[in-house]
Design a protein around this ligand. Structure first.
Ligand SMILES: *Cc1c(COP(=O)(O)O)cnc(C)c1O
Length: 398
């Protein structure tokens, strides 16, 4: 159920939560790099960045080691740190909140729109802004754009930076623009269960030349030239102009990422068709679920622009969620929880201290959602018959 173990138990499941859509193309890409004997920061990484930027219509794309590294560099490049409040949704993977705490800033958690739309509520967000709020992190839950028009307008009015945690939304669109290109910096993950899956990997996107230069500098020790440049004879020495990290991707991963990028649109379309099948069957054959209080958030169902990273159901209450998860497990169907309520994690109770929200009461919709949400299997290799099996297990009386 946790982030690291999503594929550890694959063999025992009849229907897995996610699956790698890999074949001989990914194998050949990796082999090509291994045989070339140039395995870090070279032609594959450069091509992956160029192709990713072109696919999204982004000016700059910067490949990194993982999505969390992307979020960390985004925060640092925007100058966030001690004394800054960073507003962000309480319903998110913990990475953005951890990064916020680790740079010495304070996460201020905002509530979600509703149980059917678990993205940041712009009105609630505005009410939580403080004189020291410097940035907003948004998260496009399930790969459907959150209320970006309202949030970006609010951020511009209040002089706040906008970081998009677009880890669910690779290859998704919002009013004609790619998710991750609507704010100041977009952050993507290519973890093994994401729509574009490498194993580990990530990407940053930005339209700002100075931010792009800063992100590249921080990605590689703050060094002014790279091994690649020196290898090509473009430079012989370097300066260190900032305290940076090694957050680079490697050539093997970049090559696999390029294959996955070519498959992305078809994979997202397949996910969309399966999400529609879930929705059709709920309405036509399993409406007992709706009558007993289950909610199926739309997550981009109306248009064809979402990436459909997740298909989630919201149980009538926490107890029925547990019973449903147990029923599905007994039927060999893997589920997950996206996500536990961040302010309730012990590390955040410590971080937030006395000034933190009395979590549940302060964030009523987010805390309800986190108690009741259940993530159902969705990936490009799922079959329509699998969707029926999942819903049948969900609807069966225990
Ligand atoms: C996966 C994910 C991350 C973290 O990405 P990693 O590549 O695992 O570091 C952050 N935010 C969200 C919303 C994610 O889904």
């Amino acid at each position: 159920m946790n982030h690291e173990s999503s594929s550890a138990s694959v063999p025992s499941w009849r229907i897995t939560l996610s699956d790698l859509d890999w074949d001989t193309e990914e194998e050949e890409a990796a082999l090509r790099v291994i045989r070339s004997r140039w395995v870090t920061m070279g032609a594959e990484t450069h091509a992956f960045e160029e192709e990713f930027a072109a696919a999204l219509g982004a000016r700059h794309a910067i490949a990194v080691a993982n999505g969390t590294a992307a979020l960390h560099l985004a925060a640092l490049a925007l100058g966030l740190g001690a004394g800054a409040d960073v507003a962000q949704p309480a319903v998110n993977f913990v990475a953005a909140a951890n990064v916020t705490a680790l740079i010495g800033a304070r996460p201020v958690f905002g509530d979600i729109q509703s149980l059917a739309d678990p993205t940041l509520d712009p009105r609630d967000l505005e009410a939580r802004l403080t004189p020291t709020t410097r940035a907003v992190v948004v998260m496009h839950y399930g790969g459907a754009g959150c209320a970006m028009d309202e949030i970006v307008a609010l951020a511009r009015r209040r002089g706040l930076a906008v970081i998009e945690d677009a880890c669910h939304g690779v290859g998704a669109w919002y009013r004609g623009k790619a998710l991750g290109t609507l704010g100041d910096i977009g952050c993507f993950s290519f973890f093994s269960n994401k729509n574009l899956a490498i194993g580990e990997g990530g990407m940053l996107t930005t339209g700002d030349n100075a931010l792009a230069a800063r992100l590249r500098e921080l990605r590689s020790h703050g060094m002014t030239t790279l091994t690649w440049d020196r290898h090509r004879g473009h430079a012989s020495t370097y300066d260190v102009t900032a305290h940076g990290f090694n957050y680079r991707i490697d050539e093997i991963r970049a090559a696999i990422g390029r294959v996955q990028l070519r498959k992305l649109a078809a994979g997202n379309a397949r996910r969309r068709a399966l999400a529609r099948e879930y929705r059709r069957l709920v309405k036509e054959e399993f409406s007992s679920l709706l009558k007993s209080g289950w909610i199926f958030p739309e997550l981009g169902a109306a248009g064809d622009e979402a990436s459909h990273h997740l298909f989630v159901a919201v149980a009538p209450d926490a107890v029925s969620r547990q019973h449903a998860a147990d029923r599905l497990r007994a039927a060999g169907i893997q589920t997950s929880l996206h996500y536990p309520f961040i302010p309730a994690f012990s590390a955040f109770a410590r971080t937030l201290g006395e000034s933190g929200p009395t979590a549940e009461a302060d964030l009523p919709r987010a805390s309800q959602f986190c108690r009741r949400v259940l993530t159902l299997p969705l990936h490009p290799r799922l079959l329509p018959g699998d969707v029926r099996l999942v819903l049948a297990a969900l609807a069966a009386q225990s």
